[in-house]
Write a protein that binds this ligand. Sequence first.
Ligand code: DQA
Length: 149
Amino acid sequence: MTKVLVVNGPNLGRLGVRQPDVYGKQDLAELTRLCEQWGSELGLVVEVRQTDDEAEMIGWMHEAADHGYPVVMNPAAFTHYSYGLSDAAHMVGDAGLPLMEVHISNPSARDEFRKRSVISPVATGTITGLGFFGYKLALEAVAHIIAQA
Ligand code: DQA
């Protein structure tokens, strides 16, 4: 079974208490449970991770590229400025692996600084504004792409 890394960036460990009007009332543990369930329904082994550390997230992209893991990524605030993470995400694509960018909210409908993503140009696809359901769609996209390969 294909292993998929579902990686979450800074402050997403605070889901449930952080701006519930924007990000919902469910926490990271619930997101993890849902992603594992959706993954198993699609025949994927899903590993959900979260970090506030840019270097750690970059390291996870190296790991994905080296081991052949497709990636579902919510880069959180790194989305808007991390060229290091963008370059690392590029390497996942270079390894022939899908990388789906997910945002719980719709960043384009929010602050000006959220309108730009340095990850989108190197992502296979981007899903925004659908809450946790966006992760389900991203996992479905990964399963679809793998099946076609
Ligand atoms: C986010 C949107 C980002 O702008 C923000 O910095 C986040 C979460 C989202 O999931 O909607 O932390 O990626």
